[in-house]
Structures are given as structure tokens and as C-alpha cells.
Write a protein that binds this ligand. Structure first.
Ligand code: GLN
Length: 460
């Protein structure tokens, strides 16, 4: 099929299910078809194109796009047109991917349900009364609902892996610095990592390869080749591999159907020739509290740039008010409750006199978590756990309970704090509710290929 035919088929599907799912914040069908025509033209002209040329993709609305609005799910950026493309955006275009539109997310990627979007929630395609995960919930829902075969996401504390798990698709958080943050609207800069969503492991690997790799525009980008992720996904074998089950993840607070599917995945790994052992990572228990100091601290600093002067919304600028008053009015009107909560937490944790007690302690925990991973990866090639303690919860259930919401990322956060690679692959459905369950596979820094190799061997 031509790129135009494929794009049109996906636009039709979007028109059909979008009223129920609400995965997208922006779709411009004419612009989509124009991109597809350009790709067909490049092919007709004999240009050598990669494996994803002409494939449609849904793009998380936290990456800048020069030809589309970019809101980060916030009112404060409503109507803003970025002057440039993010590196990830640029590489999608170069690979000939056809960008279908921008997907919904929790405001500034803060959340686990996409309910924190200023533009309304996204619904889980498997049960429209449930959340699609977050913050990349539009990205996961668009792929699960067959509106797009691929999508981009960002993972700061689990925002790719958790939405992938609860919508039954594949989501990968590359090694920190393996994919570029240039043009990604910053949440917590030492954690933010762009990554792919797809309906199978090989497709995710192809997308991973297409947009990651060194970028001189990102100061923390790793100047090394992308690990051989596509080859690993094709290899799909675990024979002789050592797999560690993280002792600290499981038991109380985990849904029985999640634990049952996880145990089956572990048994499958063993039957395929992996050597499975239990591994203890004692500091992982402190990852969640450390993350909720570090991420808000960085966010409070990053979000200072929304000062009503530079971007988007400006409230109360009628000639009678000072710049400070306009800034305060704009930030009060433009940021949602979760963003404000995080700015307050972060500015408090960073204030003088409290720095050592909070931020300093959290950084020490971060080091301990990296050491746990180092010790574990001396014993095993990969670590596994459930991706999330529960399946998708009902929309509204945790909206007023931040602590319950934060628990969704219990198992994913350690890999953000340590910066290593981790993937979620589907491993069946929970007996209680018939909803998808995810298996998380964690690998060392720059061991991204191991996630794909093991994921492809066991994906359901
Ligand atoms: N749910 C976590 C948070 O709210 C992680 C978000 C993310 O990875 N962007 O911070």
C-alpha cells in the first residue's frame, strides 16, 4: 500500500474511535496526507528509505513540532506554536514516519492516568471506564485502539512502561541519555527519557533505532552507538540467560491476577532455557519517596520558565499590573492542581535549611539504588518484575488521592533513578477483570538490547 492509503486508513480509524477514546489533542488530516504524499514521492524518486518509511505514528504532545501546536497537556501552553522541531520529531520525519497528530498526556507528564490533562482524560480502549495509564496515556491508547501502529512517549518515573502495561502493548524506556531530550518540554531533566510504544517488541525496536542515538544538542546525550536493539528483538532467545526476580516487588498490595500472570512469565522464561534466581535490591523500597523529592525539585526549577512573558497564556496584562502580578495570575490560571502541588513540594525541598534533609537524602538513596542494580547485574543479565501492582483502575478512583496514584509507578521508578534500560511487554490478562498485565524487564545502562531480546522471547 502507498503511504497515502495507510495514512487514510488510520485517519478513518481515528475518526471512528476518537469520540470514545480521546487519545489525541491535535489531528490535521490534510497535513497528515501531505506528509504521506511526500513520502510516496521520496520513494518514487528512488530515495533509499528505512523500514518505517510511510508508517503512521502518534506523537506525544510534549515534543515540540514546528508545524503543530505543542501544549504538554497544559492550559499555560494553549495556542503556542514552537519555533522548532525536537530532535525526536526531526528523526521521525527523516525516517519517513507520517505523524498523525499529537497525543494527550498528564499536564507536563506529571501523573499516571492522563486525568491530569487540562484537555480531559483519555479512556482505556479495553474498558472505556478505566484509565489508559500515564503520563503517556494518549500514546498508549492510540496504539491499543489501532488508531496508530506506533507512538512516542516519555518516561520520567514510568510514563511509558505503566501505560503500556495497562493497555496491553509494548513500551520501552531506553537508557537515560540514549534518546535526545532536545525539544522535549522538561519535567525532571535528570530522569526524562523519550521511548517507543508498539504492539509488538520488534516494531518497538525499529522505532527505538529510528529516533534514538547521540545528539550534540542534548548535553546528557550518550556519545555511543545505539545498542543493537533490532537484532536483539529478532534473536528473541533467553537460552542460558540469567534472570533475576526482584524480591522486593510482589506480595501485599499487588493484585492477585497480576502476580499470577507474572509467575507464568517467569515459568515461561525458565522453560525457554533461562536460569531464574531471586535477587534482593533492598534500596528499591525507598525509590518512590526519593523520586517524589527529586522529580518535584527539578520540575519546580524547570517550570519557572512559564513566566507569562515567553510562551502561551498571559492573564491580567491590562496595563495596570506589574510583571510579577501578571506572572502570578497567569501561573495560577494556567497550571493545574498536580503541577502546583509539585512546584510547592519542589521549592520547599530545595529551600535553604531543608536541602540536606530532603533533596540531599533523596540523592543518597538514588546512589544506593544504582548500587543495588550494579550488584544485581553482577549476578544476572536482566531483572524482572510486574510492571505495575494492579491493572488499569477506574477513571476517578485515584484522582483525589495523590499517594494512591503515585503507587502506580512503584516498580518502574528505580530504573529512572539509576538511568538503566527497562521495557514492559504484555504477559496476559488478569483473571479478576480481564485487563492486560505487563512484565517489566530491566537491563543495565546501555543494555537496551537485552530488554528486546528477552521481551521478544516471552511477549504475549
Ligand atoms: N507517574 C509519575 C509521576 O507522576 C511518572 C511520570 C512520568 O514518568 N512522566 O511523576
Amino acid at each position: 500500500a502507498s503511504a497515502v492509503e495507510v495514512a487514510q486508513a488510520h485517519l478513518d480509524r481515528i475518526a471512528e474511535v476518537e469520540p470514545k477514546v480521546h487519545a489525541f489533542l491535535h489531528v490535521d488530516p490534510d497535513a497528515v496526507l501531505a506528509q504521506a504524499r511526500a513520502v510516496d514521492g521520496r520513494r518514487a524518486a528512488g530515495e533509499p528509505l528505512g523500514p518505517l518509511a510511510g508508517v503512521p505514528i502518534a506523537h506525544k504532545d510534549v515534543f515540540t513540532t514546528a508545524d503543530m501546536p505543542t501544549t504538554a497537556g497544559s492550559k499555560i501552553l494553549e495556542g503556542w506554536r514552537p519555533p522548532y522541531d525536537a530532535t525526536v520529531t526531526r528523526r521521525l520525519r527523516e525516517a519517513g514516519l507520517v505523524i498523525l497528530g499529537k497525543t494527550n498526556l498528564d499536564e507536563f507528564a506529571m501523573g499516571s492516568s492522563t486525568e491530569n490533562s487540562a484537555y480531559g482524560p483519555t479512556h482505556n480502549p479495553w474498558d472505556l471506564t478505566r484509565i489508559p495509564g500515564g503520563s503517556s496515556g494518549g500514546a498508549s491508547a492510540s496504539v491499543a485502539a489501532y488508531e496508530a501502529p506506533l507512538s512516542t512517549g516519555t518516561d520520567t518515573g514510568g510514563s511509558i512502561r505503566q501505560p503500556a502495561a495497562v493497555t496491553g502493548i509494548v513500551g520501552m524506556k531506553p537508557t537515560y541519555g540514549g534518546s535526545s531530550r532536545y525539544g522535549l518540554i522538561a519535567f525532571a531533566s535528570s530522569l526524562d527519557t523519550p521511548g517507543p510504544f508498539a504492539r509488538n517488541v520488534l516494531d518497538a525496536a525499529l522505532l527505538h533505532e529510528a529516533f534514538s542515538g547521540h545528539d550534540p544538542m542534548d548535553s546528557t546525550s550518550i556519545a555511543q552507538p545505539v545498542p543493537p536493539v533490532v537484532e536483539a528483538a529478532r534473536q528473541a532467545s533467553v537460552d542460558g540467560l540469567r534472570v533475576g526476580v526482584v524480591k522486593e516487588f510482589g506480595g501485599d498490595g499487588y493484585q492477585p491476577g497480576v502476580l499470577a500472570r507474572f509467575q507464568e512469565a517467569v515459568d515461561l522464561l525458565e522453560s525457554l532455557g533461562a536460569k531464574v534466581v531471586e535477587v534482593s535490591c533492598p534500596s528499591f523500597t525507598y525509590a518512590l519517596p526519593a523520586y517524589y523529592l527529586i522529580a518535584p525539585s527539578e520540575c519546580s526549577s524547570n517550570l519557572a520558565r512559564f513566566d507569562a512573558m515567553r510562551y502561551g497564556l498571559r492573564v491580567g496584562d491590562d496595563g495596570t499590573r506589574s510583571a510579577e502580578e501578571v506572572m502570578a495570575l497567569t501561573r495560577a490560571a494556567g497550571f493545574g492542581p498536580e503541577v502546583k502541588r509539585r512546584i510547592m513540594l519542589g521549592t520547599y525541598a530545595l529551600s535553604s535549611g531543608y536541602y540536606d534533609a530532603y533533596y540531599g537524602s533523596a540523592q543518597k538513596v538514588r546512589t544506593l539504588i544504582s548500587r543495588d542494580f550494579d550488584a544485581a547485574f553482577h549476578q544476572v543479565d536482566v531483572l524482572v518484575s510486574p510492571t505495575t501492582p494492579t491493572t488499569a483502575f477506574p477513571i476517578g478512583e485515584r484522582a483525589d488521592d495523590p499517594m494512591a496514584m503515585y503507587l502506580a509507578d512503584l516498580c518502574t521508578i528505580p530504573s529512572n533513578l539509576a538511568g538503566n534500560a527497562a521495557i514492559s511487554v504484555p504477559c496476559g490478562r488478569a483473571d479478576e477483570d480481564g485487563l492486560p498485565v505487563g512484565l517489566q524487564i530491566m537491563a543495565p545502562v546501555l543494555g537496551d538490547d537485552r530488554c528486546y531480546r528477552v521481551g521478544a522471547a516471552v511477549e504475549k
